[in-house]
Ligand binder design. Sequence first.
Ligand code: FES
Length: 122
Amino acid sequence: MSDTPTPQPAAADAPGYYRRHIFFCLNERTNGEDSCAHHRAQQGFDRCKAQVKAMGLAGPGQVRVNKAGCLDRCAAGPVAVVYPEGVWYTYVDESDIDEIVTSHLRDGQVVERLRTPPELGR
Ligand code: FES
């Protein structure tokens, strides 16, 4: 008999308190270094929260929108990450946020054009 752990089901298949959870980096550096807050991150967060609520997507079993501190991918900022898929986005304006809300948070379709390039980290 092997001690190898039994593979677990993909996160997307597991029931969770929220169907999808999006975290926005709102970190602001005041030491002259760049950070997401310098790229309208608060506006992106506010727009997402408002759209999710307006579309009736907020709440248990549905979608949760949360603030986060630095997610350590500052070079790609402003960034947000959606779980359980673990998909990272770099957005620019409200239309980008609206597309993330309708395509991914509501319909489960990743918005490929807004995915954060994998090589961009801190
Ligand atoms: S400041 Fe936003 S990821 Fe670091």
